[in-house]
Design a protein around this ligand. Structure first.
Ligand code: ADP
Ligand code: MG
Length: 319
């Protein structure tokens, strides 16, 4: 059977030309570019909590890295390096090879280098730390939203949560809608290029991992402002718009989570530039509301300006 060292050598050791030192020593050594801050983020995925224990390993490798890259994007940071801590119940080489393939395929797309990690036996879990760079002063922090800012959302929310509802038997999706939702759930696309392009355009940003309302709420709390969202302007993917269970679809849209879209605020003066970025990257960017003075709450208004009562909360990991 493969030893820990065989596994590291065979599956997790790749050239890391932009690092001073990669896998193989006590530490990796990296040198951020001059004028750049190092942006560091960790996300852990546990079997049975964040993914099904029988999850496709290639998709898991993709998703574990994608959710981390999403955090860098939400900071306006461009990814550079990653470390990978993985606990495996057994040394199933086919599983590890597939996991590594999913991980490295996404890593290659964004030129992320794996420079270290830890490999141990235990209940299946994956923890990745990503390191990226953002120019000093241009990080898109949560506490920078100002009353009067526009609120923008990339893509659309809700499909990943709808896929999960399908897998749990709470709704029955079919055909293209099912495919679209499963893709969103299992192989999310981190908005890396968008995050980098929002430097100097966006004022604050967050990625939607716990649900649109909950994550926007984090910006509002940090910035001590409120927000009003236009209910009719929230982008709805086809599967959400056509879902027979309206209450479920609405809940997924507002509070589903696992979307990895970016919600960000920006000065009204940046509208044309932001629209140009969306066209350039071919990412739909929707102007969904405004930052307002007052309590850190999100109010939804219909087309006539009437309040829509929908005080749904995002997924709370400890609820
Ligand atoms: P140590 O005993 O110093 O923690 P390890 O034996 O755990 O070292 O790891 C040896 C080398 O392999 C280190 O450079 C470590 O960063 C790297 N490494 C271990 N596991 C992984 C992994 N899953 N992915 C990438 N690098 C890894
Ligand atoms: Mg170790």
């Amino acid at each position: 059977m493969a030893s820990e060292f065989d596994i590291i050598r065979k599956y997790f050791t790749r050239a890391a030309p932009s690092a001073v030192l990669g896998v193989g020593d006590d530490c990796a050594l990296v040198r951020p570019d001059p004028g750049m801050l190092l942006a560091v983020s960790t996300d852990m995925l546990i079997a049975g909590t964040h993914f099904f224990p029988d999850a496709d390993p290639a998709k898991l490798g993709h998703k574990a890295l994608a959710v981390n890259l999403s955090d860098l994007a939400a900071m306006g940071a461009g990814p550079r390096w990653a470390t990978l801590a993985i606990a495996l119940p057994k040394a199933d080489e086919k599983w590890i090879a597939d996991f590594a393939q999913g991980f490295f395929r996404l890593a290659a797309r964004f030129e992320v280098e794996l420079i270290g990690g830890d490999t141990t036996r235990g209940p299946l879990a994956v923890s990745i730390t990503v390191m990226g760079e953002v120019p000093v002063e241009l990080a898109l922090k949560r506490d920078a939203a100002l009353a009067g800012d526009d609120v923008w959302l990339s893509g659309a929310t809700g499909e990943a949560a709808l896929a999960l509802a399908h897998l749990k038997g709470r709704v029955k999706l079919e055909g293209a809608a099912l495919e679209a939702c499963l893709t969103r759930l299992h192989t999310p696309e981190p908005r890396v290029d968008l995050g980098v392009r929002l430097r100097g355009l966006g004022r604050s940003a967050i990625d939607v991992s716990d649900g649109l309302l909950a994550d926007l709420g984090h910006i509002l709390e940090a910035s001590r402002v409120g927000a009003e969202l236009a209910w009719d302007k929230l982008p709805r993917a086809r599967a959400i718009a056509e879902c027979p269970d309206k209450a479920l679809a609405e809940n997924c849209l507002l509070a589903g989570g696992d979307d990895y879209e970016l919600v960000f605020t920006a000065s009204k003066l940046k509208r044309a530039q932001i629209e140009a970025v969306g066209r350039d990257l071919e990412i739909p960017l929707a102007l969904v509301g405004a930052v307002v003075p007052g309590d850190p709450a999100v109010r939804l208004r219909d087309a006539k300006g009437k309040l829509v009562s929908s005080p749904r909360k995002g997924f709370d990991h400890f609820a």
